[in-house]
Design a protein around this ligand. Structure first.
Ligand SMILES: [Zn+2]
Length: 205
């Protein structure tokens, strides 16, 4: 995907009110959302007792650890659903380019999708972030990284979850990609990539 495509998509995304709108549109179609969530719960949640409403409520939580061992666990949206600025700032710090010690942007939509994926395991284990924001310099050093990677715009995360197989994580991400009609999902040998760009799926090395 080119940056051009990504920008066009972003403009459309912004017009639609970002992830809030995408999420609430999805939630308005409650039956489809719940069946999506229930399907997800049935397919990937270890304990099938979790109910879909509880998963949706918990979607405001995130537990994340970066490669420097820095961690955040808690709510990133307040009771009214408004993103908590200071929490988003902490998360932006966790998502920074660790090699270059550079902070990038962090769209709340990316945290939303990671949180929803994590809700499939009831936020009981941290997302292990392999890579969030990347500077051009860092991206150029990575073998196989796309030149126009959405990591350069802070719109992508590579992650795993201890004890959860990557295909299960990728399947959870793909379920949301189907529900929301956006999100790129890539499965690699050591991590799953998700981004808030257009909907697409691939398998990498
Ligand atoms: Zn990636």
């Amino acid at each position: 995907m080119t940056l051009e495509t990504s920008r066009r998509h972003d403009a459309q995304y912004a017009r639609e009110g970002g992830c809030n709108a995408s999420l609430s549109t999805a939630m308005m179609d409650r039956r489809s959302m719940l069946s999506g969530m229930a399907g997800l719960a049935a397919s990937v949640v270890p304990s099938r007792s979790a109910d879909a409403n509880r998963l949706i409520d918990r979607s405001r939580l995130i537990w994340l650890r970066n490669q420097a061992g820095e961690e955040f666990a808690g709510a990133f949206r307040g009771p009214e659903g408004v993103p908590a600025a200071e929490v988003m700032e902490r998360l932006r710090h966790l998502f920074r380019d660790l090699r270059a010690e550079a902070l990038g942007p962090l769209p709340v939509a990316l945290v939303d999708v990671l949180s929803l994926i994590q809700a499939g395991w009831r936020h009981e284990r941290p997302l292990l972030l392999h890579s969030g924001y990347r500077t051009r310099g860092t991206n150029a050093l990575l073998e196989g990284a796309a030149r126009a990677s959405l990591h350069l715009e802070g719109q992508a995360a590579d992650f795993g979850m201890r004890g959860i197989s990557l295909p299960d994580l990728a399947e959870a991400a793909s379920a949301f990609s189907r529900i929301f009609s956006f999100m790129g999902v890539g499965i690699y040998r050591n991590f799953v990539h998700v981004d808030v760009g257009p909907r697409r799926m691939w398998r990498g090395d």
